[in-house]
Design a binder for this molecule. Structure first.
Ligand SMILES: [Zn+2]
Length: 406
């Protein structure tokens, strides 16, 4: 059967199909873990399957990219352009976790509607309602694995299924629980036809590629993916965004406090700086990322301001709303008057006084910019004839898995 979702066609699967979004999976994490002999399954897949580098959507944050992967479309279509936004209509700053912000159907809901059994497991609960919007099937988070109910989550007992306790939200175990649950679901007699697994980037925010902490995480992941492969699954692995060190030479966060800068230029609180990285879990990144959007007061001459901002050290690009909407495929009505992207090693803050960096116990690593746009797109099946010069996107994962890898 062929399904049309957001103007793309998808075949229903012949084999159980798993799409994995590894949060914050800068490609170098895989390269280093493979080099260190910690990912034997992936090493074989890279040689015998399909290995592409793809672009994620900008801002390179979790919610926009997870929703792009499950809708097969950019934020201009699905509407989720950050983890957090300024709602102009109500003059409030809100988390973008509510499905009311979603403007497009997900492939998961459409597959379920067509009769496929679908399961979604996410690390953090913040994504669950968006990913499971209007979807019949199993949908739960590792974070709240002990709070499931059949009517709401499509499953009555997750802890019994997985055989592990509820992990801490700030731990590698939270992601391991996702993989463990995925394997258990696939081992059941009535296994899912399609599964979407989404981890958390707690490890990637703390540990650089090739370090023991990172390699141990990827070794764990490799063993679960090997089990899913052995169960006959078609696997597509991608990421929501990359991850880079964001520090000065003294290992302190290299921050441009944009609200403070604009307060100095335009007067206190005249401009409103929004950081779409903001989410309920800020301990490991202090709400600092490489992307900001700014609402300017009426009457400000934008062109000289854009030029002045673009000349600041550490700023990579400053775009007007129209330019950003076009270049990054964003919904113009949900971004500010200008969009500011910082360089690979710098992050953007609001006002220095509004960021509590005391909980950062390792040199800052973060994302959000164009410098974190490159992500892996890997399938455990060989797909012949793919154009390696095509601009592959992480939201091509379901297309490749369902249309080319069965
Ligand atoms: Zn993420």
């Amino acid at each position: 059967m062929i399904l049309n979702v957001n103007n793309r066609n998808y075949a229903t699967p012949k084999h159980p199909t798993v799409v994995v979004c590894v949060d914050g999976c800068e490609p170098d994490y895989l390269a280093q873990a493979v080099a260190h002999g910690r990912m034997p399954w992936l090493k074989r897949v890279l040689a015998e399957g399909t290995a592409l580098i793809a672009d994620c959507v900008i801002p390179s944050f979790t919610n926009p990219n997870n929703l792009s992967i499950v809708t097969g479309a950019p934020p201009s279509v699905h509407g989720i352009c950050g983890n957090y936004l300024y709602d102009v209509a109500t003059d409030t700053e809100v988390m973008m976790n509510d499905p009311k912000w979603l403007r497009a159907p997900t492939l998961l809901a459409t597959l379920a509607e067509a009769g496929a059994s679908v399961a979604v497991v996410t690390a953090k609960d913040k994504l669950r309602k968006l990913l499971g919007h209007q979807m019949t099937g199993i949908c739960f988070s590792a974070e709240k694995a002990d709070e499931v109910a059949l009517a709401e989550h499509g499953i009555a007992d997750v802890l019994g299924l997985v055989g592990k306790p509820v992990p801490s939200v700030y731990s590698a175990d939270l992601s391991e629980f996702v993989f463990a649950a995925g394997v258990k679901l696939m081992q059941q007699a009535k296994r899912p036809d399609v599964m979407y697994l989404s981890t958390t980037d707690y490890v990637q925010h703390k540990h650089a590629p090739g370090t023991d902490g990172a390699d141990a995480f990827y070794a764990m992941m490799d063993s679960y993916l090997g089990q899913l492969d052995a169960l006959g699954c078609v696997i597509a692995l991608t990421a929501d965004h990359g991850m880079n060190a964001k520090t000065a030479m003294d290992a302190q966060p290299d921050v441009i406090y944009l609200q403070d800068v604009l307060d100095g230029w335009l007067g206190a609180s005249k401009a409103r700086v929004i950081l779409p990285i903001t989410d309920p879990y800020v301990v490991h990144h202090g709400a600092l990322g490489s992307f900001a959007t700014v609402y300017l007061p009426a009457g400000v001459d934008q062109a000289p301001l854009v030029k002045r901002l673009a000349a600041q050290r550490g700023i990579e690009s400053v775009l007007t709303r129209a330019e950003a909407a076009e270049r990054f495929e964003l919904p113009a009505d949900r971004i500010g008057d200008i969009v500011v992207v910082s360089e690979r090693s710098t992050v953007i803050g609001t006002a220095a006084a509004r960021h509590d960096l005391s909980a950062l116990d390792a040199p800052l690593r973060s994302h959000g910019g164009v410098s974190e746009q490159r992500v892996p797109l890997i399938l455990n099946r060989k797909i012949d004839g793919l154009d390696m010069n095509h601009r592959w996107r992480n939201f091509d994962a379901f297309d490749l898995a369902l249309n080319h890898a069965q």
